[in-house]
Design a protein around this ligand. Sequence first.
Ligand code: FAD
Length: 397
Amino acid sequence: MERILVLGGGIGGVEAAIALADKGFDVELVSDKDYLWIHPISIWIPTGEISPQECQLPLQLIAERNNFKFTSGKVKKIISKERKVLIETEKGEEEKTYDRLVVAIGGVKKSHKGLEHTLSICGGKEELLSLRERYEELIKRGGGTIAFGFGGHPQDPTGVRGGPVFEALFNIHYHLKGLGLRDKFRLVFFAPMPKPGKRLGEKNADKMFDFFKKIGVDYKVGVKIKEFQPDGILFEDGEKIESDLTIFTPAVDGHPLLKESDLPLNQAGFIKIDPFCVVEGSDYTVWAVGDCATIEGPEWRAKQGHLAEVMARIVGRNIDRISKGTTEGMESYLPHVHIVCLMDMGSWGGILFARTDKRILMIPLPKVGHWLKKLWGWYYKNSKLRKIPRIPGFDKP
Ligand SMILES: Cc1cc2nc3c(=O)[nH]c(=O)nc-3n(C[C@H](O)[C@H](O)[C@H](O)COP(=O)(O)OP(=O)(O)OC[C@H]3O[C@@H](n4cnc5c(N)ncnc54)[C@H](O)[C@@H]3O)c2cc1C
């Protein structure tokens, strides 16, 4: 039986390990954290609606329930020419070999001058707890200015994270309203691109700014950020937004460990793959899924969790074909490059956005949108632990 090593225990890596174990392969997943972090529901940590414990699932438990092996360790280097990976574990440095490798280590934040003066809604457990603390301090103080923004990536825009930033802004707006404190806070949005959110359609981006005006959110867009300072954001046109708390999410950049490895990378440091998710030039031995991989497709394409899962399941089936000695029927991820985003707006509800090459959908879901996202979180956790069956057709292909 082929031995498959999966690197990264996030949304893509876990799905790949499950798909491959379901096909009967001997699967080992290596990750630097011992839990799977469910990013889409972590947006509720700052307002205290959810605890960090509710956003995570122990990888050991997922592994036991899905018949694969979990190893806690930090990947240091991938040497694909020798079919080996160096990892650092509690016991020291280890070398792992494999028949096939699936890389799913996600990305990192693109660097910006003064980034240490900001906190990101996409930062993971520790950063979100700091964000909650800073937000609570402002509430205790009785008011202030909170600035929300996201950055671009000139070499690869697929990892620009607008959605969670809008979600953070709307959640905080409605949370403050609920506390009767909204008029004591200035909320301001900023982004360097002229039309942030345009990925969801030009008209929808315009509507977003109409909505900002309606709910009293100021904004500054289309001007590059010079640097972040302890008390605000300085722009290249010399203007400064003073803020007590800057919530900024840089675009996703290639993982630094890939620069130490021998896989082919694009200019932003993402792994070059073909439509079947095979790493270029690897002769079907190395595969990559999710945020660490290049994504081709329409100019509005985006790195998203649902796409990482689709890629992972495709990899499961494609590796199965290859191990049986055939390339017939190999599946491509390209027809599945869509945007699906249930943008949460806290107590107001949510808006469902979907974009394919044929159409753009925007469906406001007052109240129910918020509960649908919660329901998705419940389904995601319980189905990964095999406590409930997967809904046929829901998370296919
Ligand atoms: C706040 C937020 C909200 C989001 N909301 C949505 C949404 O509503 N819908 C949607 O579709 N997408 C959403 N996304 C995007 C989605 O979460 C990502 O696209 C998805 O997580 C990508 O999966 P991945 O497995 O490629 O990367 P990740 O989920 O980031 O997983 C990478 C894994 O690799 C591990 N790792 C990293 N470095 C190493 C190393 N050196 N050694 C070992 N392990 C390592 C990490 O610990 C992590 O477990 C959101 C993202 C964020 C941040």
